[in-house]
Ligand binder design. Structure first.
Ligand code: FDP
Length: 349
């Protein structure tokens, strides 16, 4: 058999090596590469991301079988601290995040949309230096119709001893986040994260059970065509937001996309550009989204990708929470789109 010329053989090997190297770039390895260190903090962050990935895999598995199992979909009949009806998947996903951090020695406290007060894992507390803030299921109205959903996470270093169990140190700005990101349960399951060194995406390879690197150092477009907002709230918004939406209606090049799950809408915007808005309404000036475990982690991701996130008056990452479940208006996405919305809010045009 004739042999391929040597240069071609070499080339094929380089391509194969590259593909193999990429297949071996798992999430935990990527975190260590990012930090270029095996220091205790680098090891901790890598282990934390690994546990979050496990939570994502468990939730993805349950979602993919939901239509085949009893008692997975629908409401529990309870109402959470936010006054919202709780779905069975919310409870499952909330418990998954707690379970994956048991016996980890990493996370002493977890705080989520589903729990009025932070949850302590006593066996981790003497050593667990980190707190996980999370929204276990973002967009639960999509759960029962097999549409995209998300989980949002944020990791903060515990500051102080928290002897009274009030977790008061969590009421600090989003600049205190060590890591943040989201898991998107779509046609494939993706994990997007930042530790303050760019934004990186991973796709779950179900045959390996591993999140494998998809794209490193994602940059959001400066401007994009999408505006993503629930226009059903039109008459409850302030006039400045109504004027902005009238502006996009009459300006060529805009298109509306709104899925009911902010993670999937913001993921689209991260890759293709545009703006997502959940403004305050006249009866609820603070809007709907929670600062600490929804808006701030997504703001960290989008800022790291070159985008912006604001309340309309200040950067989301500068807002200091007054309470754990504080809500905030959110305008997030490509810098030019966000600036345009801001200009309507601040100057009326
Ligand atoms: P949900 O109420 O289903 O939890 O997290 C809040 C959020 O979902 C976002 O994911 C979503 O974009 C938005 O609220 C949907 O709210 P509206 O139905 O009020 O538009």
């Amino acid at each position: 058999m004739a042999r391929a010329p040597e240069s071609l053989e070499l080339n094929t090997n380089v391509v194969a090596d590259k593909a193999l190297d990429r297949d071996c770039t798992t999430l935990s390895r990527h975190v260590l590469q990012q930090l270029q260190s095996f220091s205790p903090q680098a090891q901790d962050l890598s282990a934390l991301m690994n546990r979050i990935a496990l939570a994502g895999k468990l939730i993805a598995r349950r979602l993919s079988h939901a239509g085949l199992m009893e008692g997975v979909l629908g409401f529990t009949g309870d109402v959470n601290v936010q006054g919202e009806s709780v779905k069975k998947m919310d409870v499952y996903a909330n418990d998954v995040f707690i379970s994956v951090f048991k016996q980890s020695g990493l996370v002493c406290r977890l705080a989520s949309e589903e729990m009025e007060k932070p949850y302590y894992i006593p066996e981790n507390c003497p050593i667990g230096r980190y707190t996980l803030l999370y929204d276990p299921i973002d967009g639960p109205s999509n759960t029962d119709t097999n549409l995209s959903l998300g989980s949002i996470f944020s990791i903060r270093q515990q500051e102080g001893s928290d002897l009274n169990g009030e977790a008061a140190d969590l009421l600090a700005s989003g600049r205190h986040q060590l890591a943040a990101g989201y898991i998107l349960y779509g046609p494939s399951t993706m994990l997007v994260y930042t530790i303050g060194r760019g934004v990186h995406s991973f796709t779950l390879d179900p045959s390996l059970g591993e999140f494998i690197l998809t794209e490193e150092n994602i940059r959001i477009p400066e401007h994009g065509p999408v505006y993503s907002v629930n226009e059903g709230n039109f008459w409850q918004w302030d006039e400045s937001i109504r004027e902005y939406v009238r502006y996009v209606h009459r300006t060529e090049g805009y298109t509306a996309r709104y899925s009911g799950a902010m993670v999937s809408d913001i993921h689209r915007i991260l890759l293709q550009g545009g703006v997502f808005l959940y403004p305050g309404t006249l009866p609820k000036p603070e809007g709907k989204l929670r600062l600490l475990y929804e808006s701030a982690p997504l703001a960290f991701v989008i800022e790291q990708a070159g985008g912006r996130a604001t309340t309309g008056h200040m950067d989301i990452l500068e807002v200091v929470a007054k309470k754990l479940h504080q809500r905030t208006p959110l305008i997030i996405g490509s810098p030019k789109n966000v600036a345009k919305v801001e200009s309507f809010i601040q100057n009326g045009h």
